[in-house]
Design a protein around this ligand. Structure first.
Ligand SMILES: Cc1cc2nc3c(=O)[nH]c(=O)nc-3n(C[C@H](O)[C@H](O)[C@H](O)COP(=O)(O)OP(=O)(O)OC[C@H]3O[C@@H](n4cnc5c(N)ncnc54)[C@H](O)[C@@H]3O)c2cc1C
Ligand code: SF4
Length: 332
């Protein structure tokens, strides 16, 4: 492990003053929250900050549901949010996505803010034995393009990076129009979750729109997402403790056997949590009949590009959408 200084600021404004920058491998200062991702990356020499700023005890960990919707502090753990009675009853998509993530031990330790900013599971990124990784070492190339790319993205890719964003939670939240509240030395701002993560383009080492020092303080989900029929379908290589090969987060409003409105997002296939407005529009006012769902889901493949081993994801993600809508609709 690269030697670092651990800072334990007494409050948030002291934490902000260090100018830490999440998600950049060239940042000399980074935050650490639950540590479940960061410590692995430190141990593997993937991250080498000179200074780590602990967020323990300086961020809100509350969970509230009111007329405006759901709000949880960035320090709330995955386990706390997944088990919260109001979340289970009114925003079950979030609870399902969390319970399909990691293990109970990890969920007890990991925070909501850290979950959204966890780094990709691309094996070439996480193994410094491979030199070519533009995300870890800008300009070095991308070993996945000609390497083993079964786990990699088919949506939002570039010739410089095809890494998947790994968070299940982010897929559910982006489907529900969630936003993140940010605080930096310059003040507070709110950013739609759909705009938090950047596409890789030719700068895959820049993963988010966070400015130096900014932290996620809270996550909000509007009230109009409550009460929708929803399902989080996660397809993976083994039944637990595994990241998604493909996942689909679906929330629908129905009138009888017809869909009035739909929200659809995919995980395991995009370089960021991937919302599908074209599929949503096509699903609106359709029946739950499989042929109709199938033709709407086919639009998910627009712009998709496989790189060989991951070509199967383009078909699988369409089937995942159909299945998730069928399951959500069956709750009607
Ligand atoms: C074995 C294992 C299996 C897993 N399986 C899954 C899975 O199936 N699905 C899934 O979605 N995830 C999975 N994960 C990932 C896990 O969910 C994340 O490691 C966890 O959510 C990260 O939260 P943390 O608080 O521990 O973050 P940390 O490791 O402390 O930090 C992660 C990153 O976020 C930054 N950061 C943290 N909090 C903030 C904040 N408030 N503001 C700004 N920056 C911040 C840190 O600087 C760091 O870059 C798995 C992890 C493990 C170890
Ligand atoms: S896909 Fe991205 S993270 Fe993986 S090796 Fe290529 S540049 Fe690195």
């Amino acid at each position: 492990m690269h030697p670092f200084v651990l800072e334990r600021p007494r409050d948030l404004s002291a934490a902000l003053s260090f100018g830490a920058q999440p998600g950049r491998n060239d940042a000399p200062v980074e935050y650490i929250a639950g540590g479940t991702d960061m410590v692995q990356l430190l141990q593997e020499y993937v991250r080498r900050p000179d200074r780590l700023v602990s967020l323990a005890g300086v961020l809100d960990d509350g969970i509230e549901i009111g007329p405006q919707g759901l709000r949880f502090g960035a320090a709330a753990t995955m386990a706390e949010v997944a088990a919260h009675q109001g979340v289970v009853e009114q925003f079950p998509l979030i609870s399902q996505a969390l319970l399909n993530s990691a293990s109970p031990q990890v969920r007890n330790q990991a925070t909501m803010g850290g979950n959204l900013l966890q780094r990709t599971r691309c094996p070439y990124f996480r193994d410094v034995g491979y030199e070519a990784c533009n995300k870890r070492a800008p300009g070095s190339g991308c070993a996945a393009l000609e390497g083993e790319n079964r786990w990699h993205a088919v949506l939002g890719t570039s010739d410089d990076c095809i890494a998947v964003h790994p968070s299940d939670l982010a897929v559910a939240l982006v489907a529900l129009d969630a936003s993140v509240e940010l605080r930096g030395t310059g003040g507070d701002r709110s950013v739609p979750l759909s705009e938090l993560h950047r596409l890789p383009r030719d700068t895959p080492h820049l993963e988010t729109v966070l400015a130096p020092g900014e932290v996620i303080t809270a996550i909000t989900v509007p009230a109009n997402a409550a009460g929708l029929r929803s399902h989080y379908l996660k397809l993976r290589d083994r039944a637990s403790f595994e990241f998604a090969v493909v996942s689909a987060a679906v929330a629908i409003e129905t009138a009888g056997a017809r869909i009035r409105q739909a929200r659809v997002a995919l995980g395991g296939v995009g370089t960021k949590p991937w919302r599908l407005p074209n599929v949503e529009q096509a699903l609106a006012d359709r029946s739950l009949e499989p042929g109709e769902l199938r033709s709407a889901a086919a639009l998910a493949a627009e712009g998709a590009q496989g790189r060989g081993h991951n070509d199967f994801k383009i078909e699988l993600m369409q089937r995942a959408i159909v299945r998730a809508v069928e399951i959500a609709g069956a709750h009607a």
